[in-house]
Design a protein around this ligand. Structure first.
Ligand code: SF4
Length: 261
């Protein structure tokens, strides 16, 4: 079992579990958030996530390379990284091997042809783990990885089937990732490049201290919930994420009830 909390020498509770993804999970289902925080069973590697990881690896390699590249090199890199990833995949539920290869290559070539040219990298795959806030009872760190940091803009790559950028208004209102990463870097300009099956979408946001304050307020409530030691979390089943395909706990949770079958 993992322990997401520990005590500092002065007796305050230290929270080092906070990532933008964990906050997003809590927005969807608190029970799933609780389970993920304490669960140390081996990760189940799913095809869509694995394909995204490979595309990120190719982008990272190209952005860190000293020399210019071309489509044939991108194709070769993708094929090498993807071949290494295939044996690690436990669940194929979005693609089969052939369709994943075609779709993945098309996504990273879209990134190369429509996004890469305009980039001026400063830091690639930049990891951070910073003190987010503290008070008399707790010390809270926020960690994450930024795909690309430029002088005055940060970027995140997405390689989904669907074009997220059509949901821009929702991201504008409550996207935690852009708020957290702008705070971490001190750069207010954040862009998503969304490489989907029909092309490339882009969403730009400007985040400031008011957005950080809101994320802190959300995280503080989650910290207080964890400290309360409650195991009775709300079951958030009202969305796509509550399904065999997307929730690793479905079989023991909603899937174990008549309502889940
Ligand atoms: S099965 Fe649904 S309700 Fe249960 S943990 Fe997963 S997302 Fe939450």
């Amino acid at each position: 079992m993992k322990f997401p909390l520990h005590l500092a020498e002065d007796g305050r509770v230290v929270h080092d579990w906070v990532r933008q993804s964990s906050i997003k999970t809590s927005d969807m289902c608190l029970e799933r958030w609780r389970r993920e925080l304490w669960d140390d069973s081996p990760e189940i590697v799913k095809d869509a996530a694995a394909l995204g990881t490979v595309c990120h690896s190719v982008a990272e390699y190209v952005l860190e390379a000293d020399e210019a590249t071309d489509e044939s090199e991108i194709t070769e890199l993708f094929n090498i990284f993807w071949a290494k990833m295939i044996p690690k995949i436990n669940v194929w539920n979005s693609y089969d091997q052939e369709s994943a290869t075609v779709e993945g290559l098309s996504r990273i070539l879209s990134w190369y042809n429509e996004v890469y040219e305009e980039l001026v990298p400063k830091k690639v795959e930049w990891n951070f783990n910073k003190l987010f806030f503290e008070d008399d009872e707790r010390i809270v760190y926020l960690s994450g990885t930024v795909d690309l940091v430029e002088e005055d803009r940060i970027w995140d790559w997405k390689f989904p089937k669907r074009d997220y950028s059509r949901d821009r208004w929702q991201y504008d209102r409550w996207d935690v990732q852009s708020m957290a990463y702008c705070w971490a870097t001190g750069i207010p300009n954040f862009s998503y490049a969304v490489m989907h099956s029909k092309g490339v979408g882009r969403m730009d946001f400007v985040r400031d201290e008011s957005h950080t304050d809101w994320v802190r307020a959300k995280v503080l409530r989650l910290c207080q919930l964890l400290e309360s030691d409650s195991r009775a979390m709300a079951l958030g089943d009202n969305g796509w994420w509550c399904s065999e395909k997307w929730c690793d706990y479905f079989a023991q949770c909603k899937g174990a009830t008549i309502g889940g079958t």
